[in-house]
Design a protein around this ligand. Structure first.
Ligand code: HEC
Ligand code: HEC
Length: 267
């Protein structure tokens, strides 16, 4: 169990200089990383901004505010003034909200783009770890640090490579956030055998299927009777009712701490 701490320390170390540099000339966001301010900002955003930037920041009349390099790199000052003053010569209007509320919106917009590791998740990561490897059953499909199943993506680096919002959405509404390369499939072979798992590689002549035990099946279209692709995600869609609010927070806190870089799985 020493390895994760090591990697955490390293990640913190390599992130530090850039942040410190920005702090010197930038102004502080008084609400930085506070979860309740993220929620307050979300409400304001839905009222004042979502008509143009989309309810989840996906964009529309205005540019997308998620996966945005501009926002990830922007200083607090730049975001604050963009939102307060608007963008002259464009549709983006100045805001009539007071400064405190604008900072709440800045906090929310930053949160949409920061790696989960940098947001201070409310839950208890240790409790989340017990849920992940125990009662919640995540480990049946997801691996962390080499331990767990293969039907879902490896989550060892989820805290660095995913935003908190993405992790939360993936957990609560898996059907709305499908990840490429993990479509569930069930195949009836002419021999009578059935193979189930996720479809990896498909051509006109063959299909590669990874099963729950990690076995890779290369199936020729000549041997296949019928292929049924699953419409929704393989991931259970009922966690938002099956888990309590605090269990959800705990799981997200645990996932946010996962910072080991893993190479993208070969497909
Ligand atoms: C009437 C539509 C509209 C509304 C309402 C609006 N925006 Fe915009 N926003 C835009 C447009 C259009 C741009 C692109 C401006 C340009 O040409 O650079 C923009 C740009 C931005 C940018 C810069 C993004 C980038 O990648 O350069 C941010 C940040 C932003 N808006 C945040 C907000 C926030 C937060 C709110 C709510 C307080 C808001 N906007 C309300 C239309 C809107
Ligand atoms: C039956 C298998 C299964 C179980 C159980 C399962 N997942 Fe998943 N999960 C998947 C698959 C498959 C995907 C990727 C494809 C998709 O999004 O449909 C996924 C996607 C995810 C993602 C998004 C990954 C990414 O690449 O961004 C997260 C986060 C996640 N799951 C967390 C969890 C957590 C936490 C649990 C336990 C509470 C859990 N999953 C239980 C199969 C599962």
């Amino acid at each position: 169990m020493r390895l994760p701490m090591c990697v955490l320390a390293l990640a913190a170390f390599t992130l530090a200089p850039a942040q410190e540099e920005e702090k010197e000339k930038d102004i502080d966001n008084p609400h930085h990383g506070k979860q309740e301010m993220v929620e307050a900002g979300r409400k304001l955003y839905l009222n004042s901004c979502s008509a143009c930037h989309g309810p989840t920041g996906e964009g529309g009349r205005g540019p997308g505010l998620i996966k945005s390099g501009m926002i990830r790199g922007a200083s607090n000052r730049r975001l604050f003034t963009t939102i307060k003053d608007g963008v002259r010569g464009s549709d983006m209007p100045p805001s009539t909200l007071d400064d405190g509320k604008i900072w709440q919106i800045v906090t929310f917009v930053k949160y949409l783009n920061a790696p989960a590791y940098e947001t201070s998740a409310a839950g208890n990561a240790d409790a989340g770890e017990r849920l992940f490897f125990g009662k919640a059953g995540c480990v049946e499909c997801h691996s962390i640090r080499g331990r767990g199943g293969v039907l879902g993506p490896d989550l060892s680096g989820a805290g660095l490579t995913r935003t908190y919002a993405h992790l939360r959405e993936s957990l609560l509404n898996p059907d709305e956030r499908p990840t490429d390369g993990y479509q569930g499939v069930s195949i009836q072979l002419k021999s009578g055998r059935r193979v189930e798992g996720v479809a990896r590689n498909q051509t006109n002549y063959s299909l590669q299927v990874l099963d729950a035990k990690g076995g890779l099946h290369l199936l020729s279209s000549l041997d296949i009777e019928q292929v049924s692709f699953r419409k929704g995600s393989l991931m259970p869609g009922d966690y938002k009712t099956r888990l309590s609010k605090s269990e959800i927070d705990d799981l997200l806190a645990f996932l946010s701490r996962q910072v080991i870089r893993v190479p993208e799985k070969e497909k």
